[in-house]
Design a protein around this ligand. Sequence first.
Ligand SMILES: [Mg+2]
Length: 220
Amino acid sequence: MRVFCFDLDDTLISECEYVESGLRAVGRALDELSRVGSGASGEWLVAEWRRARSRDLFQRRLAELGLDPAWLPRLLHEYRTHDPVIRLREGAHDVLRALSRRGDGLALISDGLLGPQQAKWRALRLDVPFHPVLFTDERGREFWKPHPWSFEIVMRSAPDATAFVYVADNEDKDFVAPNRLGWVTVQLRHAENLRPCRDVEGDARPRLKVDRFATLLEIE
Ligand SMILES: [Mg+2]
């Protein structure tokens, strides 16, 4: 039995989809504050983000609506606490079910602020068993990848596993620890990732690079 451990953002889910879900939630809050037509601010935020990916969207929308810039913390809170409308990436569910059916274990290791990461995971309502599900932020910022803590927990939770595989996207931090621990590391490359994948050397380099979920079923 092998354990296939997954990253969440831009691996199982699209980070862009999450961002747009958050922008729409913030848009609803802005609509309430400004009493403009329902959906107007959400559509504006999403369109501007798609166009320019700018980081001052909330400030600009507040200004455009003539609202007090002091509302900004409320909007950020709305973004971080909203119930995300997101799905697994195409092809992911079939592969997760196939891995589970053939007897392999599934696990999750995800960085990011704890509340939003837990909300994303809940929103997926997965019907395949994952164990363990690890949000590194539960332990603290210094335990985020590339810290090996979460990978060691996964290894301890499956002492009989013949191999561990980590599937993720970010070569800056995702593959260092599992490479050092002897895992098979797989970079899942997707054209719509928030940060494009780069080629790197050394400990950070993924052992395999794939561009579709189904290829995971063929890993020897
Ligand atoms: Mg990621």
